[in-house]
Design a protein around this ligand. Structure first.
Ligand SMILES: O=P(O)(O)OC[C@H]1O[C@H](O)[C@H](O)[C@@H](O)[C@@H]1O
Length: 322
């Protein structure tokens, strides 16, 4: 027997063979998932291009998903990261979008998976992909007849989900593919999973103007100097004073859990339905409002206008831990 003290053992010794992110298409071509060699993972429904799971290397879920969320394309998903476009809420006074359902059609339309556009390899000795980017597309031709009729504009969206070891980035490119100008709003409706809402605080929203959608009538005010805590039904549209580049941080028990920085998304919506969750048919368990907080990056105050042929891009970068 030949002794081979230096037999090749590590794939990472050969850069071309470094472990890659694994992409899997499942559930009759209706879901896409990606797993990094280090174990982080993300799962996306083509229905709405809704991210329904994001786990760290240890398998800990980062997003809250209702136990009664519909994942069969019958209703917008309650949890994960639904994508709002071209209207946030409803806009009865904005004629061009007034016929659309709450939060528009992007979250209830079937997107196309455009594939893995890039992956980055780590240069460290453990080798392998340290991130992977998945692209999804939606354009006028993908819409059902009702949506086309309600919003008869030529458009194209590319939504990119980048899974990394440190976090998750979502970005959207909006393009006017028609021959007249139109306006839109967009938002990434992230449901963060937390253990106990009573221990959660959100910083980065201090001394910022916000619209309070819970008061009757809706009011606009400026937040105090301290971080935001949630002690009842909360539905606010903040324009953080620090601008998109200043992090909005969700802490629990004094520990940073998530940090969000934004590009071109000037607003941050903070939503927790509190005990109203009990009257939402797809919200389960009813006490689940204690385990979630929506902190949503968006461009939702006023409208983004695109002339024919123009594009707009917005994104959020979510990192975990300190
Ligand atoms: O129930 P949905 O249509 O998914 O909306 C859920 C929530 O989305 C946003 O956070 C809005 O600010 C809320 O007013 C709304 O209740």
């Amino acid at each position: 027997m030949v002794d081979r003290p230096k037999k090749p053992s590590a794939l990472s010794a050969t850069p071309g063979l470094a472990p890659q992110a694994q992409i899997n298409i499942s559930h009759s071509n209706s879901r896409v998932s990606a797993v990094l060699p280090t174990g982080e993972s993300v799962e996306i429904l083509l229905y709405g291009a809704t991210i329904i799971s994001w786990k760290d290397a240890q398998g800990n879920e980062k997003l809250w998903l209702s136990e009664k969320a519909k994942l069969d394309a019958s209703k917008a998903v309650r949890g994960g990261i639904p994508l709002v476009f071209p209207v946030f809420g409803t806009a009865p006074d904005h004629e061009a979008t007034s016929k659309l359902p709450q939060h528009g059609f992007a979250r209830t339309s079937r997107w196309e998976f455009l594939g893995k556009s890039t992956s980055e390899s780590s240069s460290s000795t453990d080798g392998g992909d340290s991130s992977v980017k998945l692209d999804f597309g939606l354009s006028t031709s993908n819409l059902d007849e009702a949506s086309k009729k309600a919003w008869p504009h030529g458009f194209g969206l590319i939504y990119s989900v980048t899974l990394g070891r440190e976090g998750l980035t979502t970005s959207i490119v909006v393009r006017n593919e028609g021959d007249t100008a139109w306006e839109f709003q967009t938002l990434m409706h992230t449901y963060f999973r937390i253990n106990d809402i009573a221990a959660v605080s959100v910083s980065g929203l201090e001394q910022s103007s916000y619209i309070d959608k819970v008061t009757v009538p809706i009011s606009t005010t400026t937040s105090p100097a301290g971080p935001v805590t949630i002690t009842g039904k909360t539905d606010r549209v903040y324009t953080p004073a620090g601008g998109p580049g200043a992090p909005v941080v969700i802490s629990e028990g004094g520990q940073n859990k998530f940090s969000i920085i934004r590009d071109n998304m000037n607003e941050v919506v903070v939503w927790n339905p509190w005990v109203d969750a009990k009257s939402m048919a797809d919200f389960a368990p009813a006490e689940g409002y204690k385990n979630m907080i929506c902190v949503e990056a968006g461009a939702v105050k006023g409208w983004q206008k695109l002339e024919a042929g123009e594009t707009w891009e917005g994104s959020q970068v979510i990192t975990t831990g300190n």
